[in-house]
Design a protein around this ligand. Structure first.
Ligand code: FAD
Length: 426
């Protein structure tokens, strides 16, 4: 007996920001969104538990395109959206100094300031660089790198920084020239791409719901992931055995997994990434005030960053997200790591006598892809082949890149716009 095959013009893998943004903008309503998880949202899901509101990890919004923000807000009636002036600090032994480190070395003990200034002044800025670590040293000198930039980023990316491109963080890296660093000694100017951010009181999922409001709910199927794709026949198979024929496949699944589903696995040494294990922790009393993020470069502390939701919401109980970077293959013992996290939170003076009353944890895998030339070149070549087959990878993991949620929306809308234009012409 031949199996039943459904047909759709657009199959979309993933009901995260990218998949939903694409479906929302597509004029052709003949689409089907297939989502492996039981809920929409991807990494922008929100957990509401015991009076705490947590995302899968801190997800904050820095819109550069007013039209995208306005479109979302129009679809969020009644939702309070907080606008917050970021306060980011670095845990540095006996003191918390302002972020970014390289612009606030004057807040270090004098001997360390002198070491940083010396190495900054005598750095070899003209030296050609090809890796992220070489870029850091040539721009900021050894001391700033050894004290913060290298250990912090090694904890975050869980890899050798010489394995990453010089421009691995793109616009998200806080560059600073010598003159700006010195000027900051007198007049603080720590402005960055995310100096002000917005956050809905109901969590990041509210922005996802705004996208979802423009999507046909009956055409979003959750709890059934795509497991195999036949590029020649333009069909896909789901875990439940559904077979769907498509004309175009838009996919936000991680690129390496996509290639696996196509039976063409990519080299994991080129397409590598880290994973981030996130603890959301709710306490019975307030902790440190006036800080939204704390960066923790010390190698002996297991986390690289701690975020304070309570200081964003102005809540009376401490509500944290704690991010631990790990290599993809590393085993994580959730209970043992949480005990270590609590110990390190005490060592940093964040937890004193507060009692933990609620917790949640999740692993984001992949979390940060390792941006390197070999992966970019291979991706570009494979993307051309995929497009010839009607397959379009989108999103932070689909396109194997480092970008923001807003970038995901802009990219998905741009792709939908191209198909909308074809349709109008045809
Ligand atoms: C630790 C961390 C912090 C971040 N903080 C911020 C921030 O503050 N601000 C910001 O702008 N961005 C932030 N980001 C980036 C942001 O999370 C991403 O840009 C965004 O969520 C990507 O959306 P997406 O839809 O492309 O991918 P995802 O959110 O990963 O969605 C993809 C969806 O596809 C589904 N899927 C995968 N495989 C299959 C399959 N085979 N079949 C069916 N479904 C499948 C998944 O279940 C998922 O729902 C952060 C990321 C991380 C890791």
């Amino acid at each position: 007996m031949s199996e039943a095959v459904e047909a759709v013009r657009y199959a979309i893998i993933g009901a995260g920001v990218s998949g939903l943004a694409f479906a929302a903008a597509l004029q052709d309503r003949d689409y089907l969104v297939l989502e492996r998880d039981d809920a929409i949202g991807g990494y922008c899901k929100t957990v509401a538990q015991d009076g705490f509101t947590w995302d899968y990890s801190g997800h904050f919004f820095h819109f550069r395109r007013p039209a995208i923000e306005a479109w979302l807000r129009d679809r969020m009636p009644g939702e309070e959206i907080l606008t917050v002036q970021k306060s980011a600090k670095i845990y540095y032994g006996d003191r918390w100094i302002d972020f970014p480190f390289q612009k606030n070395i004057h807040q270090l003990p004098q001997a360390e300031l002198l070491a940083c200034l010396h190495d900054l002044y005598f750095r070899d800025a003209a030296k050609p660089v090809s890796t992220f670590q070489e870029m850091l040293i040539s721009r900021f000198g050894e001391a700033i790198c050894e004290k913060f930039l290298i250990p912090y980023n090694e904890k975050l990316y869980a890899c050798d920084l010489n394995d990453l491109d010089a421009d691995a963080m793109g616009r998200f890296f806080p560059h600073a020239e010598l003159g700006e660093i010195i000027a900051n000694f007198r007049q603080a100017d720590n402005a960055s791409y995310n100096a002000t951010f917005t956050y809905p009181r109901g969590g990041a999922i509210q922005y996802v719901r705004a996208l979802y409001s423009a999507v046909e709910p009956s055409q979003v199927c959750t709890g059934d992931g795509v497991v195999a794709i036949d590029a020649g026949r333009r069909t896909l198979r789901t875990a439940s055995g559904r077979v769907v024929r498509y004309e175009r496949l838009i996919t936000s699944a991680p690129f390496d997994r996509l290639m696996g589903m196509l039976g063409r696995p990519v080299d994991p040494a080129i397409f590598s990434s880290n994973k981030v294990h996130v603890y959301n922790l709710g306490f019975d009393a307030k902790g440190p005030e006036g800080v939204h993020w704390l960066y923790v470069p010390q190698r002996e502390r297991c986390f690289y960053r701690v975020g304070f939701y309570d200081n964003i919401f102005n809540d009376p109980r401490m509500s944290l997200y704690v991010e631990v970077g790990a290599r993809t293959g590393d085993a994580i013992d959730d209970g043992a790591l949480q005990a270590r996290v609590m110990e390190d939170l005490r060592a940093c003076g964040i937890v004193t006598d507060q009692r933990l009353v609620s917790r949640h944890s999740v692993t984001l895998d992949p979390a940060y892809v390792h941006v390197r030339a070999a992966a970019r070149e291979r991706f570009a070549a494979l993307e051309r082949t995929l497009q010839a087959w009607g397959i379009y990878p989108v999103g932070r993991y689909g396109a194997w890149t480092y970008c923001s949620i807003e970038d995901n929306i802009a990219e998905a809308w741009e792709l939908a716009g191209r198909f909308n234009a074809f349709k109008q012409e045809g």
